[in-house]
Design a protein around this ligand. Structure first.
Ligand SMILES: O=c1[nH]cc([C@@H]2O[C@H](COP(=O)(O)O)[C@@H](O)[C@H]2O)c(=O)[nH]1
Length: 339
C-alpha cells in the first residue's frame, strides 16, 4: 500500500465525521462522503428515504438481471413514495444514492467490486477501490446520514457448523450496534436459522415478522421458528422503529417479510438444492465470505434459475413494504412535530 494510502487509512477515523454531510456532497478532511442531491434534499425535508445495499447487485445476482433488479427496486421505492438510496463505495468514495450510470458500473463490475462489510470499509476507501456494501456496511453508512429504513433480500447469519468455524456474519453484530431497520425476507436455510435468532436475541435486536408469527426462511414462508414480535401494517412498523429510536436503544430492528405466496411454490425444490450446494462447499473447503456467493450461484444452477426468479420477486416485495414503512415513519414524525 502506498504511503498516502496508509496515511489516509490511519486518519480515517478522525476525518470521517459525516454528521455534516447530510445536506451536501461534503469533503470532510481528506475523505468525502457523496450523498446524492435527491437523497440529501429528502432527508433535510423529513421525507421518506430507503437505503439499499449493493453486494446484492455485485455478488448476489448475475449480469444483467442484477442491473434490471436494482433499477426495478429503485422504481418500486419511488412509486411508493420514498427516495431510493443505493449505497456503495466508488473510487474510494462512499456514495449514498447512485445514478443509473453508477448502478450500471457496479452491475458490470460484478464480483470484481470488493464485497465490503464493516471491516473492509477503511481498506477500500484508503485504496480508492470499488466496494459493494453488504448489510453491515450499508447499515453503517445509512445511520451516518440518518436513513432509518433499509431494504434488502436476505441478511447474513450464523453459518451451520459455526461451533467449529466461528463463521457468523457481521450483519448480526451491526444489527446489535447500529440503529437502522432492515426489511428483508429472513435468512436462507444455507444458514443455521435457530442459532441466528438466538444470536440476535443475545445482541438485543428486535426481530419482527410481517403479517405472521414465524420467521421466514427467504425462499420459503416459514422456518419453523417463532418470533416474539408481530407487525401487521407499515404503521405498526413505524411505531416500533420510532419507539426504538426514542428509547435510544442503539440497536437495529429486523423486519422479516415472507416471500409472496405465489413465488414460494418452488421453495422446497430450492431447499433440496441448498442441501446439495452446502455439501459441495464442504467438500471444496469453501468458507468465509466466499461461501455465500458460492452457495447462491450453485443453488441457482441446480434449480435451473428458479432460485434467481424467487430472489428477484422477494426483493421487489421487500422494496414495496420497506417504502411503505419509510413513508409511514415520515408521516408519524410529521404528526408528532405538529402536535
Ligand atoms: O440472500 C442473500 N443473503 C446475503 C447476501 C449478501 O451477503 C452478505 C452477508 O455475507 P457474509 O455471510 O459473508 O457476512 C449480506 O450482507 C448480503 O450483502 C445476499 O446477497 N443474498
Amino acid at each position: 500500500m502506498a504511503f498516502s494510502a496508509v496515511w489516509r487509512l490511519a486518519n480515517l477515523g478522525r476525518h470521517l465525521d459525516l454528521s455534516e454531510s447530510v445536506n451536501k456532497a461534503a469533503p470532510v478532511g481528506s475523505i468525502k462522503l457523496k450523498v446524492a442531491s435527491e437523497v440529501s434534499e429528502a432527508l433535510s425535508l423529513g421525507r421518506a428515504v430507503v437505503a439499499l445495499e449493493s453486494t446484492i447487485i455485485s455478488h448476489g445476482m448475475p449480469y444483467p438481471q442484477n442491473l434490471e433488479t436494482a433499477k426495478e427496486v429503485e422504481r418500486i421505492v419511488r412509486e411508493n413514495g420514498a427516495v431510493p438510496a443505493t449505497i456503495a463505495i466508488l473510487d474510494g468514495t462512499p456514495c449514498v444514492g447512485l445514478s443509473v450510470e453508477e448502478l450500471e458500473r457496479l452491475a458490470i463490475l460484478g464480483t470484481r467490486a470488493q464485497k465490503t462489510a464493516r471491516r473492509d470499509i477503511a481498506h477500500v476507501v484508503a485504496c480508492g477501490g470499488n466496494g459493494a456494501t453488504t448489510v453491515s456496511a450499508t447499515m453503517l453508512f445509512a445511520s451516518m446520514v440518518h436513513i432509518p429504513v433499509f431494504v434488502t433480500g436476505g441478511i447474513g447469519g450464523v453459518h451451520r457448523h459455526s461451533e467449529q468455524t466461528m463463521d457468523i456474519s457481521s450483519d448480526l453484530t451491526e444489527l446489535g450496534r447500529t440503529p437502522v431497520t432492515v426489511v428483508c425476507a429472513g435468512v436462507k436455510s444455507i444458514l443455521d436459522i435457530p442459532r441466528t435468532l438466538e444470536y440476535l436475541e443475545t445482541l438485543g435486536v428486535c426481530v419482527a415478522a410481517y403479517k405472521t408469527n414465524e420467521f421466514p426462511a427467504f425462499f420459503t414462508e416459514s422456518s419453523g421458528c417463532k418470533v416474539s414480535c408481530r407487525v401487521d401494517t407499515p404503521e405498526d412498523c413505524a411505531s416500533l422503529i420510532e419507539a426504538s429510536i426514542k428509547l435510544k436503544l442503539g440497536t437495529g430492528i429486523l423486519i422479516a417479510v415472507p416471500i409472496p405466496q405465489e413465488h414460494s411454490t418452488s421453495g422446497h425444490i430450492i431447499e433440496s438444492a441448498i442441501q446439495k450446494a452446502i455439501k459441495e462447499a464442504r467438500e471444496k473447503n469453501i468458507t468465509g465470505n466466499a461461501e455465500t456467493p458460492f452457495l447462491l450461484a450453485r443453488v441457482n444452477d441446480l434449480t435451473g434459475g428458479a432460485s434467481l426468479a424467487a430472489n428477484i420477486a422477494l426483493v421487489k416485495n421487500n422494496a414495496l413494504v420497506g417504502a411503505k414503512v419509510a413513508v409511514a415513519l415520515a408521516q408519524l414524525r410529521e404528526n408528532c412535530q405538529r402536535s
